[in-house]
Design a protein around this ligand. Structure first.
Ligand code: GLU
Length: 278
């Protein structure tokens, strides 16, 4: 009799546990705490080598690997990650609205952005450069004055063109870099400008092989950070610890080789957490 009761009791416990698990996994909107729910992370969808939505619906790139590692350290399995596209001009708002818990999307740490969001990191140092047709004579920033140039709305790249690199260039601004690359290929623009990390990824795509070249200029320092809600210092600390661990356990180097190797992108060494290269 005693035994039967115990069996009934454990069956009841099991049923409860199953119900609880089912509830947890169906709660797709929980971007907040770790445990049963999911986490929403902002990435780019159109930047090969960094953040790319592939034809089968999966995601690949250095930012994706960094985001996945950080999420793991926060207690989330890859199956609990929901990637959300955050275009350059949408990033601060996506964080402020709570659309995403954090953003890993070639997101440079700047004083202006820090008025609206906080950053963990940096986790990569890139530099602004130019991508031109293989036979182009454009070789330096001032060659762009009077030329048609493409960059993305809300990026530091577009801002730097206006402020310093080539204020007299005819700058077209699209919502994503893939649109700029299409414009370069068709001849609608003479050059595309953004981070060398991004440009190298496009230039190495099979469909563009041999067509484009990078100028190899270091026009700026772009310190990539993980964007998060302003004032969430607890999350910032956790993400910084995760980034530090990613470097020390060799995962950062592995992600670099896997994602930048095919583009032959010569990245800078891993930055020190909290140290911004001006
Ligand atoms: N890293 C630069 C930025 O955050 C350019 C790349 C981008 O638009 O994501 O603005």
């Amino acid at each position: 009799m005693k035994l039967r009761n115990a069996a009934t009791a454990s069956a009841a416990v099991l049923a409860l546990a199953v119900t609880a698990t089912a509830c947890g996994s169906s709660d797709k909107n929980d971007s907040g705490s770790s445990g049963g729910g999911n986490i929403k992370i902002g990435i780019k969808y159109d930047q090969p080598g960094l953040g790319l939505k592939q034809p089968d619906g999966s995601f690949a790139g250095f930012d994706v690997d960094v985001a996945t590692y950080v999420a793991k350290e926060l207690g989330y399995k890859p199956s609990q990650i929901q990637f959300v596209e955050t275009k350059s001009a949408d990033r601060e708002n996506a964080i402020a609205r709570g659309d995403v818990k954090f953003i890993a999307a070639t997101y440079s740490i700047t004083d202006e952005r820090k008025q609206k969001v906080d950053f963990a990191g940096p986790y990569l140092l890139a530099h602004q450069d130019l991508l031109v047709k293989a036979n182009s004579t454009i070789a330096k920033g001032t060659d762009l004055n009077g030329k048609k140039l493409c960059s993305v709305t809300g990026s530091t790249s577009a801002q730097n063109v206006h402020d310093t690199i080539a204020p007299k260039a005819n700058l077209k601004q699209y919502s994503g870099y893939s649109e700029c690359i299409a414009a370069l290929q068709s001849g609608a623009v003479d050059a595309v400008t953004t981070d060398d990390s991004i440009l190298a990824g496009f230039a190495s795509q099979d469909k563009y092989k041999g067509q484009f070249k990078l100028a190899g200029l270091k026009l700026s320092n772009e310190n990539y950070g993980i964007g998060l809600k302003k004032g969430d210092t607890a999350l910032e600390k956790k993400i910084n610890a995760a980034l530090q661990k990613m470097v020390s356990d060799g995962s950062w180097n592995k992600a670099v080789t896997k994602n930048f190797g095919p583009a032959e992108y010569k990245n800078e060494p891993a930055p020190k957490i909290g140290v911004i290269v001006k």
